[in-house]
Design a protein around this ligand. Structure first.
Ligand SMILES: CC(C)(COP(=O)(O)OP(=O)(O)OC[C@H]1O[C@@H](n2cnc3c(N)ncnc32)[C@H](O)[C@@H]1OP(=O)(O)O)[C@@H](O)C(=O)NCCC(=O)NCCS
Length: 157
């Protein structure tokens, strides 16, 4: 398994991976209506758009994309960043791929320059991010009006 930067040719595969994972894994925490709305905004053109301002990575195994993740500026700030769009195919979860994606993102310049890194986390992904050392922003442990938990990691730089 390798983790490499996203290329334009990956857009369809990444979009398909996210849609499949959302429907299969996140449906235990969200309605299908909520998930289909997310999926509608994560089409190949949306992924290409995101890759224009985020550093977007894919995990690849035997020429198949099995995971993805991205990091970018938090609302344009130079000392705060965000992790985005972290997904591992359901059949590949629990094998350490998510951890490797986080490790890669935490070596990226957007992470290294940041005093604070935020994750708009799904309910489904939150236990994993807590395991990766992120904590609840402002101690808020319940999802907000968008159905997301805001997690963060603070750093000395
Ligand atoms: C969350 C996700 C990215 C984790 O990827 P993964 O490859 O399964 O994670 P890993 O195998 O690298 O797990 C790393 C550690 O986190 C733990 N972990 C992973 N998911 C967990 C969960 N739901 N609850 C508790 N611990 C979890 C693992 O046990 C492992 O701990 P260990 O190293 O001590 O054994 C993946 O499960 C996923 O895509 N989930 C659905 C989509 C989603 O919600 N993504 C987040 C969007 S914000």
């Amino acid at each position: 398994m390798i983790i490499r930067r996203f290329e334009e040719k990956d857009a369809q595969a990444v979009s398909d991976l996210i849609a499949h994972t959302l429907r299969a894994a996140n449906s235990r925490d969200y309605s299908m209506e909520y998930l289909e709305n997310d999926i509608a905004h994560l089409q190949p053109a949306d992924i290409l758009g995101r890759a224009g301002w985020q550093h977007f990575y894919v995990a690849e195994e035997s020429s198949r994309i099995v995971g993805c993740g991205a990091i970018g500026s938090y609302w344009g700030k130079t000392d705060e960043s965000s992790l985005f769009t972290i997904f591992v195919l359901p059949e590949c979860q629990g094998q350490g791929i998510g951890r490797k994606i986080i490790k890669t993102l935490e070596q990226d310049e957007y992470f290294l320059r940041a005093r604070r890194v935020e994750i708009p986390a799904s309910i489904t992904g939150t236990p994993f991010y807590l395991k990766m050392g992120y904590t609840y922003k402002n101690g808020v442990t319940q999802p907000d009006e968008e159905g997301l938990l805001r997690l963060e990691k603070r750093r000395e730089i």
